[in-house]
Design a protein around this ligand. Structure first.
Ligand code: GAR
Length: 208
């Protein structure tokens, strides 16, 4: 079984899905870190008896120092993979390089559309017919690493940010544990900006 560390900043519904699927998967969540104190995600970790702690970015003078501290704390847990689950901090290049090929994220849009924040607002404002979520490897460029898995759904005319978010999050809770399990079972690897599944390269998404 592979050792997984989860980073989050908030509610942790994605972490909860990973916790719930752990018994049927090839991973153990060995630690949870939050950059924000008191968030519900930490309580979810506590309830599941997973070691957890806050490293508050506001206690550090700059991103580099904070990330270095984060990196060293994560390394102490010897993880095979680092999984971002609603971690709302931009990571420094040193951090990303250190965990290269072992660092994944889930982002609530059909990348390469709607990178960054406010994806639901943007999708609605542009009248998108579909929206969704993407699991991808993390690289230096924001929300741009090789795609592992996407899930999409139709946007209804009556959708609001809340209704859309609710449906996308329900999909995230299904596909993230699946992607993490695939990675941890050794079926999935990210190499040279290409994702390989069962020794076959996945089709390129055209933006790497
Ligand atoms: C998830 O929807 C995830 O896709 C998003 O944050 C949410 C976290 O929810 N991540 C990003 O926007 C990263 N750019 P949670 O705290 O309930 O797991």
């Amino acid at each position: 079984r592979k050792r997984v560390v989860v980073l989050l900043s908030g509610n942790g519904s994605t972490l909860q899905a990973l916790i719930d699927q752990q018994p049927d998967s090839h991973y153990d969540i060995v630690g949870v870190f939050s950059n924000r104190p008191g968030v519900f995600g930490l309580q979810r970790a506590a309830r599941a008896n997973i070691p957890h702690c806050t490293i508050n970015h506001q206690d550090f003078s700059d991103r580099g120092t904070f990330d270095q501290h984060m990196l060293q704390s994560i390394d102490q847990l010897n993880p095979d993979y680092v999984v971002l689950a609603g971690y709302m901090r931009i990571l420094s290049s040193d951090f990303i390089r250190h965990f290269s090929g072992r660092l994944i994220n889930i982002h609530p849009s059909l990348l390469p559309k709607h990178k960054g924040l406010n994806t639901y607002q943007n999708a609605l404002a542009l009248g998108d017919r579909e929206h969704g979520t993407t699991v991808h490897f993390v690289t230096d460029e924001l929300d741009s690493g090789a795609i592992i898995l996407q899930a999409s759904l139709p946007v209804h005319p009556v959708d609001t940010v809340q209704t859309l978010e609710q449906r996308v999050k329900a999909m995230e809770q299904k596909i993230y544990p699946l992607a993490v399990d695939c990675l941890c079972s050794g079926r999935l690897i990210g190499k040279d900006s290409v994702v390989w599944l069962d020794n076959h390269p996945l089709p390129k998404q055209g933006y790497l």
